[in-house]
Design a protein around this ligand. Structure first.
Ligand code: ARG
Length: 460
């Protein structure tokens, strides 16, 4: 059993089951670099404020650096009995440096320390996630440019509805991931606040300078209330919510790619390098990457729910419940990064079957709305036009024909206002390209959306 840093008032040793139960070091050792960086900044601040001497600060900083090196070389042994990463590092400092090490924890507590470390960690990870999102958005723009002439059926209720450009479909995802980007960026502003100096809950009696520590650690603000600072986990919940929404988006594209790659659809061919085989059926090529991304959404939502539940009704200020924040947080960061990374690589390798998509867009009366719109331009009220086209479609179903396959004479039986120009109105190209309302699927609009996206991404 290792000596505890807090055991002065205890008569009995901690039960081993309690040690195992309360220890978090297997999880939070991941924060070591932030813990050390935070401690070094704290030392510098303490020395600057003459709370410790410059010499003491130097010794402490050297000691901390040495521990960091050891951890990085894999030579440091984390001990469960020392609970968490913070105690492991501090205890080791005491072993290495003796009495001076005991000064490091002046004017701080583990409560503000862990809040600090988590914020530093998440700040870095958010930046990484933002980089992954930029790559992903670039890929969507690349695909949109590559497939600008491909028409596919657009769906509602998973029934063919109206033709759209495949690029328009990609740019829809671009919009989703752009909002995700904004959410992570906005969250980052609330993560980037220094809590160190709030101490256990009420602040400290020492003349610390939180603004100086913030400056050293690159924080743009300091927290305004010590009770809140040590017990606020909103920034994690917000991150998990943003991650969950992002996973919703990834799960939607995943779902589409999964069924688009089925023999029934045949819209897309998955690259071999991003597919897996079956252990029994030799012919199989499975879209496991997309399925896993779809499935992993569940664990991310679970993490969000875990944090919300853990924080609900917690009285101020710090409670040990909060130690449970790290596993869901780390798991979400890892999961999301992995999904974004894999998708960033997968997209450009997909091969879309242009003919198959066009064929699907050409059958199933996807130009029915256009015939109704055409009648409206000839003076028919939209509701009447809707009924006329409905009757025409019913006729087509009986005759096994598409609208544009009827002769003018037959069409005029349904409405005498129909003239030769109807065939142009019903052609696939015009059905797509006449949808020029803002955000519509016309080629011109999609090209403009692509240019705007390129500008946003600093491309061009
Ligand atoms: N391991 C703890 C956590 O992650 C650190 C803070 C512990 N504070 C305390 N008073 N026991 O939340």
């Amino acid at each position: 059993m290792s000596a505890k840093l807090w055991d002065g008032r205890f008569k009995e040793a901690t039960d081993t089951s309690v040690e195992a139960f309360t220890a978090s070091v297997k999880t939070d050792s991941r924060l070591y670099a932030y813990d050390i960086q935070g401690s070094i900044a704290h030392c510098k601040m303490l020395a600057r404020q003459s709370i410790i001497t410059e010499d003491e600060a130097d010794i402490l900083i050297k000691g901390l650096d040495k521990i960091k090196q050891e951890i990085e070389q894999g030579a440091f042994k984390f001990d469960d009995a020392l609970e968490d990463v913070h105690m492991n590092i501090e205890s080791r400092l005491a072993v290495d440096l003796g009495d001076v090490a005991k000064k490091l924890h002046t004017a701080r507590s583990r409560n503000d320390q862990v809040a600090l470390d988590t914020r530093m960690y998440l700040r870095d990870e958010c930046k990484e996630i933002l980089r992954c999102l930029t790559t992903l958005r670039r890929e969507f723009v690349g695909l949109s440019k590559k497939y600008i002439d491909v028409v596919m059926p657009g769906y509602t209720h998973m029934q063919r509805a109206q033709p759209v450009l495949l690029s328009h479909h990609f740019m829809a995802y671009y919009e989703m991931f752009k909002r995700d980007n904004a959410r992570f960026e906005e969250g980052l502003a609330r993560i980037n606040v220094l809590p160190l100096g709030s101490a256990a809950l009420a602040g400290t009696t020492f003349p610390i300078d939180m603004n100086y520590t913030a400056e050293l650690l690159g924080f743009s603000k300091v927290t305004g209330n010590s009770l809140d600072a040590v017990s606020d986990r909103d920034f994690i919940i917000e991150f998990l919510a943003s991650a969950s929404i992002c996973m919703v988006h990834l799960s939607r594209i995943s779902e589409e790619l999964i069924y688009w790659s089925s023999a029934e659809f045949g819209f897309v061919e998955m690259p071999d390098s991003f597919s897996t085989g079956s252990s029994i059926m030799p012919q199989k090529k499975n879209p496991d990457v997309c399925e896993l991304a779809r499935g992993k959404a569940g664990r991310v939502f679970g993490s969000l729910m875990a944090l919300l539940t853990m924080m609900k009704s917690l009285p101020l200020a710090y409670n040990r419940d909060m130690q449970e924040d790290k596993e869901p947080l780390f798991d979400t960061v890892d999961t999301l990064k992995m999904c974004l990374l894999v998708y960033g690589k997968l997209l450009s390798k997909l091969r879309f079957n242009q003919d198959r998509m066009k064929e699907a867009a050409s059958r199933g009366f996807l130009n029915a709305t256009d015939l109704a719109d055409y009648l409206v331009t000839k003076g028919v009220g939209f509701r009447d036009a809707h009924r006329i086209v409905g009757e025409t479609v019913r006729y087509c179903l009986e005759e096994k024909k598409e609208l544009h396959e009827l002769t003018l004479e037959v069409m005029r039986r349904f409405s005498p206002v129909i003239a030769e120009d109807v065939f142009d109105a019903l052609s696939l190209g015009s059905v797509v390209n006449r949808r020029r309302s803002i955000g519509g699927t016309a080629r011109k609009n999609v090209l403009a959306a692509i240019s705007a996206a390129e500008e946003e991404l600093g491309l061009e």
